[in-house]
Design a protein around this ligand. Sequence first.
Ligand SMILES: NC(=O)c1ccc[n+]([C@@H]2O[C@H](COP(=O)([O-])OP(=O)(O)OC[C@H]3O[C@@H](n4cnc5c(N)ncnc54)[C@H](O)[C@@H]3O)[C@@H](O)[C@H]2O)c1
Length: 364
Amino acid sequence: LKGDSCIRIESLAYPVFIGPDPWKELGHYLDSYLLKGGIFLLADHNTNKHCLPVLLAKLPGLARCPVFLVRPGERSKNLRSLERIWQWMIENDAARDSLLLNLGGGVVSDLGGFAAATYRRGIKYINIPTSLTGQADASIGGKTALNISGIKNQAGLFYDPLAVFICPAFLDTLPKAHFISGFAEIIKCAILSGNGFWLKMKNHDGSTDEKIHELIAESAAFKCGIVKSDPFELAARKILNFGHTVGHALESLSFMPGRARMLHGEAVAAGMICEAYLSYETAGLHQSELDEIRILIGKTFSLRPVESHSYQEIMNMISHDKKKFGGSVGFSLISGAGKPVFDKLVTRDQIIRSFEYYNSLIKP
Ligand SMILES: NC(=O)c1ccc[n+]([C@@H]2O[C@H](COP(=O)([O-])OP(=O)(O)OC[C@H]3O[C@@H](n4cnc5c(N)ncnc54)[C@H](O)[C@@H]3O)[C@@H](O)[C@H]2O)c1
């Protein structure tokens, strides 16, 4: 990405634009919907404050569109928010030819995508991701989701956006903790991709990096390639769940009263260390690559221990997340950087050993 250039990833059925000024392209998409069923804007309180003014300055025609705000964060990714969004759309006469614009992080795109998929049996939507997780991963691939009873992504469907517009300048206002959290999905893509992307990531020495634009573009392009090969996650796309079986369990557990909240990326980062260990035990990952992975994650994230009294709860959560195969769980692992495997059977004892390995890395 150089200067003002905007790249356009074309591998999916819809384009993904990345660049400092993708707004002219977005304008082309919006023109017809302003005339048809109208445009509806979904944001959260933070993206309303920091990102919507930027968008309106570029596309003033959007100023008259109805805007719905959800509270920031994971607690909005639920049925209650969904119902409120439906009600707001009904009250504002949203029609089948209306368009929903999702301006926010992964929570807004997961929730907004779900709302668009289900309002009047489906209307079009566009994602404008504003967080690092959103830009590098969540806005792409058409997976929409809600948490049910505090368990991650228990309801959801595959429903593609019309297009995705990624403007890295939005990251300027993203709080540091959320910025770092976004590195989890980038590190995951680099591990799964191997080769140059993995090499670049291993040599990455911190969290604030002017090369972030390139990392976003590499992650997005990698994800597009995998999603193209298997849009409905019947096989190859499962590799993108690396780190997420344990990660989602840790994240879901952290929603419980009295627990320290984990951001999505923090949970996936811990999950990747555990699952890299499982890869070492069961899938032939070499010790040296296990070390490289834990070193990279350890220097990017401050790791928190997994308490041994939570092991059983985590195992229960994992069984919500994945189908059980006769007492074992199907994991997406790696036999090396760039060598993903999926549906690997792993036993309870091996999972517990992965928690112990993870805890052994954390200095008291
Ligand atoms: N559908 C998918 O393929 C997919 C992939 C990865 C993650 N996810 C989901 O994405 C979610 C995590 O995404 P996230 O980290 O973006 O969460 P998020 O949407 O909660 O955003 C993180 C925080 O940053 C704030 N924020 C976002 N952009 C900002 C900006 N430009 N300036 C200031 N504040 C800003 C938000 O208000 C929020 O407080 C999880 O629910 C996860 O399950 C989905």
